[in-house]
Write a protein that binds this ligand. Structure first.
Ligand code: IPE
Ligand code: IPE
Ligand code: MG
Length: 246
């Protein structure tokens, strides 16, 4: 069943979880699951392009993931580097604008340079925004916005009395994009895990047991169909909803 255009998410935010378990079920090292997850990223992007979704935010590596065993973190860095070399060109050809959100300080320089290069290369694209959350934490995001506000106050550019939700929002990651309409988490766990804490305030949440490397178009279709059937009230009552902004 086709989803009517008005009920499609503009912005999809995804926690790509379950790679390690996918590998463990096959008695393989966890890194094999991370590698298998790359195909699911490609499938997800194809789906979003076909559906006309304007922004896709993918949680690739959290601020807490730095605390995993060193060999897993090392394997993820290697994979990340390889992906930056192999996937950015194709994303550019597809018209994707790539952005990285998160604290880049912990990443090796080779990765940081490629992040910057990918952002510069694709800055003029507008088919879709692909935001990759790497070294990202929702609390980090709010803290860095608070720091930016403090810097502006200290410099005399901002009156503390003028700090409102819009002032905070404008300093957060993804500030130029619509807030996520739909959140998907694979892997069966029912939590946010320090993803976009502020930005998910009114996002519709959808969870699936499917492990990330097993993600397919049918699962994504199910998520979109479910989204289309939901009533987003934004604190109002149903009878007020005819003029609610989507
Ligand atoms: C998500 O998969 C990818 C990263 C966090 C980097 P996991 O590695 O968390 O896989 P599970 O949840 O242990 O199966
Ligand atoms: C969330 O998954 C982070 C990413 C998918 C990148 P985790 O596997 O790190 O989350 P927890 O530890 O189960 O909450
Ligand atoms: Mg996990």
């Amino acid at each position: 069943m086709a989803v009517p255009p008005a009920r499609k998410p503009r912005h999809l935010a995804v926690i790509m979880d379950g790679n390690g378990r996918w590998a463990e079920r096959r008695h393989r090292p966890r890194v094999i699951g991370h590698r298998a997850g790359v195909r699911a990223v490609q499938a997800c992007l194809e789906f979003c392009l076909a559906e006309g979704i304007r922004s896709l935010t993918l949680f690739a590596f959290s601020s807490e993931n730095w605390n995993r065993p060193a060999d897993e973190v090392g394997a993820l860095m290697k994979l990340f580097l390889r992906m930056l070399d192999s996937e950015v060109g194709e994303l550019h050809r597809r018209g994707a604008r790539i952005g990285f959100i998160g604290d880049r300080a912990g990443f090796p320089e080779a990765i940081r340079l490629r992040m910057n290069a990918a952002e510069q290369l694709t800055a003029g694209n507008d088919a879709i925004c692909v935001n990759i959350a790497a070294g990202y934490g929702g609390r980090w995001d709010i803290a860095q916005a608070a720091r930016a506000l403090a810097v502006d106050v200290a410099a005399g550019r901002l009156d503390p009395a003028a700090i409102d939700e819009a002032a905070v929002a404008s300093r957060l990651s993804l500030s130029g994009q619509a807030e996520p309409d739909l959140f998907i988490r694979t892997g069966g766990d029912l939590r946010i895990s320090n993803f976009l804490l502020w930005q998910l305030a009114y996002t519709e949440l959808w969870f699936t047991e499917t492990l990330w490397p097993d993600l397919d178009q049918a699962t994504l279709r199910q998520a979109l169909d479910d989204f289309a059937s939901r009533e987003r009230r934004f604190g109002l009552v149903s009878s007020q909803l005819t003029e609610v902004p989507r």
